[in-house]
Design a protein around this ligand. Structure first.
Ligand code: PLP
Length: 451
């Protein structure tokens, strides 16, 4: 029989367990419980194979910024597939979707980020960045400048290069990472690591680790620094205000390239088009993906400054992916950007949705198990704690409180992720006030049940 939505859930789960390997998932747990099968979605709401309606407070994987079920994107994709389903942009050819999207991105991004190198995902784009910044310096006659400094607990993707940039211990422990010449400094995570220090002083101290690392390794060897404006997968770690201006000052002082990984923060998440605008960062390169197409089609890219493009265009950069500038993905992304812009979605986040969500979200700090509730734009986190005054940590091994809390949320038809003992949200940007009330109500109930 055909495998469709009409099969009983248990049968779909059995086939899933037999043949489908899930990313970032322990096989035993999945086989024992079975995956929840998502069959359709509209707005911020998922429907599962048993007909339950689930509020998706993660926008998939931080990507469905315009919400689910927008026919315009389906229509653009179908039209593009009929007209030109594929053609590459290697070897002297181009096509209108790639040109139109690059032009639009040059308009939207700040400063002189005017040149897009396309990829199929955020991981691929960050792999591009590694080779790009090293090639940039080699072309400028400084091939010894090949070290990239990144941050512990940062997330930049899952490929060898991008996961090496990332600072996830669990990933580095498998498969021979990090690759050479990538170094990590500490993250600006005041709640967990700041002790008694004032948050702003802590932010400055963490930023100054960049300068210390540059001096330790030798300024003439440093190519670039990379960071997410707000660390997402690490647990929505909102930096102290002092952090980014100091990072920018240090990058400027040593003339090293600054890469802002905007894969999550880009396209409205923090209340501006880009997190760099929220935090006053002037990147030389931005990594983009996810919200670029609201997840409707896979696409990512590196958008680079006039100077980086000038140097790179002076050589043949031996790099590219079959799906770099895929016409269907580009057309879908362009339509997504039109909707974000013409429907005033980013402006509404800043003026209405984020202030409303902030008030409701911060009310969760009154829960006995919540040590801190923080949010910027529409990305927020709760630090779970057994002792608020000591900012004590729960254990974060499988089966501990974060896992239980996520399970309770899921049972209450709310998708909220956990990272160790932090609960995080990143809902579609189109979430309504009534849906925010539902989200926070279900979160509170789930915390009560997890206690
Ligand atoms: N960079 C950041 C900041 C991310 O959050 C992610 C994915 O979560 C990536 C890069 C990797 O993107 P992808 O999963 O599309 O390869």
């Amino acid at each position: 029989t055909a495998i469709t939505n009409h099969l009983p859930t248990a049968e779909l789960q059995a086939l899933d367990a037999a043949h489908h390997m899930h990313p970032f998932t322990h096989g035993d747990g999945m086989n024992a419980k079975g995956a929840r099968i998502i069959t359709r979605a509209r707005g911020v709401t998922l429907t599962d194979s048993d007909g339950n309606e689930i509020l998706d407070a993660m926008a998939g994987l931080w990507c469905v910024n315009i919400g689910y079920g927008r026919d315009e994107l389906a229509e653009v994709a179908a039209r593009q597939m009929r007209e030109l389903p594929y053609y590459n942009t290697f070897f002297q050819t181009s096509h209108v979707p790639a040109i139109a999207l690059a032009t639009r991105l040059a308009e939207l991004t700040p400063g002189d980020l005017n040149h897009v190198f396309y990829a199929g995902s955020g991981s691929e784009a960050n792999d591009t960045n590694i080779r790009m910044v090293r090639t940039y310096w080699a072309e400028k006659g400084a091939p010894e400048r090949n070290i990239i400094i990144a941050r512990k607990n940062g997330y930049h993707g899952s490929s060898m290069g991008s996961a090496s940039l990332g600072g996830m211990g669990g990933m580095h422990a498998q498969g021979g990472m990090p690759i050479p010449d990538i170094h990590h400094i500490d993250q600006p995570h005041w709640y967990a690591e700041g002790g008694d220090t004032d948050p702003e002083a802590f932010g400055l101290a963490r930023a100054r680790q960049l300068e210390e690392k540059i001096e330790e390794l030798g300024p003439h060897r440093i190519a670039a620094f990379i960071g997410e404006p707000v660390q997402g997968a690490g647990g929505v770690i909102i930096p102290p205000d002092s952090y980014w201006p100091e990072i920018q000052r240090i990058c400027d002082k040593y003339g090293i390239l600054l890469i802002a990984d905007e894969v999550i923060c880009g396209f409205g998440r923090t209340g501006n088009w880009f997190g760099s605008q929220t935090y006053g960062i002037r990147p030389d390169i931005m990594t983009i993906a996810k919200g670029l197409s609201s997840g409707y089609a896979p696409i990512g890219g590196s958008i680079v400054s006039d100077e980086v493009a000038r140097v790179l265009n002076g050589c043949e950069f031996n790099h590219g992916y079959t799906y770099s500038g895929h016409p269907v993905s580009c057309a879908v992304a362009l339509e997504n950007l039109r909707i974000l812009d013409e429907e005033g979605i980013v402006t509404r986040v800043a003026d209405e949705t984020a202030p409303y969500l902030k008030e409701k979200w911060e009310s969760l700090a009154a829960h006995p198990m919540v040590g801190e509730a923080r949010i910027v734009g529409l990305m927020g986190s709760l630090a779970l704690t057994p002792d608020k005054s000591a900012r004590a940590k729960f254990a974060s091994d499988p089966g501990t409180v974060g896992y239980i809390c996520r399970e309770r949320c899921f049972a209450n038809n709310l998708v909220m992720r956990h990272v160790g003992d932090r609960m995080i949200i990143s809902p579609p940007l189109v979430i309504s006030k009534a849906e925010i009330d539902t989200l926070v109500g279900r979160a509170w109930r789930s915390l009560d049940e997890a206690e």
